[in-house]
Design a protein around this ligand. Structure first.
Ligand SMILES: [Zn+2]
Ligand SMILES: [Zn+2]
Length: 495
């Protein structure tokens, strides 16, 4: 007996520990090295932004950026699993080049693309916009060996930029496994590169002769081994428009994951820049009854991990059941009256676990439905006196601050949201249910103190955010984060 009591906690700990490890994958640490390219052809700052956005959206990577490659050394590289090179320019200091060579040789991942396949790393020199071979020892000898390719200056070129189909040739490779057999590229189709022995070509495309191409299939994606390191190379990736294609998001994120770890765990991406994905929160946005700034749509598009649909009228939004189609309803409508249909649809939605986020003038909503404003939302703006409650008041174009309530700073709805300084609308004299949990407040005399609060119903997740009159509020990153958090929290995705 005694022995058992000693062993049991240990066994429990071990099993639990391994489960935890399987669930929370360590992020792959990626260093993007950039800072120069052959302008005006290749805008490194823009493509770096696109690349970083794609990687960050997957949640699989921890990305860092260096725009001064000469500062990279072995100590810095120790902190990374893979390096991305988005560069075409002067040679790097010897210490940097050697550190990168050693990094890859000893097992670090390398992802490089497009304009990294020619230029000074290869000993080429440029004159009047044309590349020529330079002196024998001008290049970084190990770089072509790492990427497994060279390009004779006389061969540097591509078909006129066009849209074409890229075919995966070997779908047993982890990067291509599970993807469609081909994807569309909107890019420059480089031709006549010399691939080194030992590279494995993963994808190619037909180079169109009528657009200045070779009329032959050209390799576009390949892998190479350099020492213990895995290298992933693609000739694609000319500009942000090229990187917008979902096929590029797949080859980048999967290529980097593979180069760093030898495995691919990421699910295929089917939209540009990692936008709407299958596990996004499904949000129904309901408007009508009041106008709003067009920037409202920019705010909605800024919400990460959320796919939204628009119900322009109540009959469009609520004529059929919402269960199974949406996780959260965002009210930005304004109607004193509700139909029986609207009430039934909303009641069964929230009672089955659906979330509610109400913005700004939606606090006027549903005067004929006290259950909604007293128990679900927890507040109400009265356009006219009702019973012994006088009419509420408003004032446009007021600058005021809204701050987290002390002790509520760590509520998930306020994560990453600090105090907000806004030019918006103040409301005063509203009904406030006793059971609301106030998250943000203001001291402005023209406004009731609560500005952001959770509704009182114990089984329904509802958040009211009073801000949202002006375009500047819609564009405020703190406000956008607040709405995103509210949507995810009412969808029960964050706690
Ligand atoms: Zn290009
Ligand atoms: Zn307003």
């Amino acid at each position: 007996m005694k022995r058992l009591t000693v062993l049991l906690p240990l066994i429990t700990f071990l099993v639990f520990g391994s489960v935890l490890q399987a669930q929370a994958q360590e992020p792959i640490r990626v260093l993007i090295i950039t800072g120069e390219a052959d302008l005006p052809w290749h805008f490194w700052r823009e493509t770096t932004g696109a690349i970083r956005k794609i990687l960050d959206t997957t949640g699989r990577f921890e990305t860092r950026l260096v725009e001064e490659p000469g500062t990279v050394n072995a100590t810095i590289l120790k902190k990374f699993d893979a390096v991305i090179i988005n560069y075409n320019g002067l040679r790097w200091p010897r210490e940097t080049e050697e550190a990168i060579t050693d990094f890859v040789h000893s097992g670090g991942g390398l992802f490089a693309f497009h304009h990294s396949s020619y230029g000074r790393f290869f000993g080429h020199e440029i004159k009047d916009g044309q590349w020529y071979p330079g002196p024998e020892d001008a290049g970084w000898k190990e770089f072509p060996k790492m990427i497994g390719a060279s390009w004779k200056p006389a061969n540097i070129g591509h078909a006129r930029r066009c849209i074409f189909e890229v075919d995966w040739m070997n779908q047993s490779h982890p990067v291509a496994a599970g993807l469609s057999p081909s994807f569309m590229a909107n890019d420059e189709l480089y031709h006549k590169l010399d691939l080194h022995e030992g590279v494995e070509v993963l994808a190619d495309a037909m180079s169109p002769a009528d657009l200045g191409g070779t009329g032959k299939r050209e390799p576009l994606i390949w892998t190479n081994n350099y020492g213990k390191g895995r290298v992933f190379y693609t000739t694609l990736g000319h500009d942000t428009l090229a990187w917008y294609e979902p096929g590029m998001a797949n080859l980048l994120s999967r290529g980097v994951e593979w180069a760093a770890s030898g495995k691919v765990t990421l699910k295929p991406i089917d939209r540009g820049f990692g936008g709407p994905a299958k596990d996004d929160v499904r949000l129904l946005v309901v408007t009508s009854g009041h106008d709003y700034p067009v920037a409202f749509y920019s705010m909605l598009d800024s919400l990460q991990g959320v796919t939204w649909s628009h119900g322009l009228t109540h009959s469009e939004a609520f004529s059929q059941s919402l269960q199974g189609r949406f996780d959260v309803v965002l009210h930005h409508d304004m109607h004193n009256e509700t139909s029986e249909q609207t009430r039934q649809t909303l009641k069964s939605f929230v009672e089955s676990g659906g979330g509610v986020v109400s913005l700004h003038h939606a606090i006027v909503n549903y005067t004929d439905w006290p259950w909604w404003y007293e128990e679900v939302i927890g507040g109400k703006y009265f356009e006219k006196p009702l019973g012994d409650h006088p009419a509420s008041t408003y004032q446009h174009d007021v600058e005021f601050s809204v701050t987290p309530v002390r002790g509520k700073e760590r509520h998930p709805v306020l994560s990453g949201v600090g105090p907000l300084w806004v030019d918006d609308e103040v409301y005063k004299g509203m009904l406030l249910s006793p059971g609301i949990e106030v998250l943000m407040e203001t001291k402005h005399p023209g406004n009731d103190p609560p500005v952001v609060y959770v509704g009182p119903h114990p089984n329904i997740r509802s958040v009211y955010i009073q801000l949202g009159h002006s375009a500047s509020t819609m564009r405020n990153p703190g406000f956008q984060q607040l709405v995103e958090n509210a949507v995810k929290w009412t969808a029960r995705r964050i706690d």
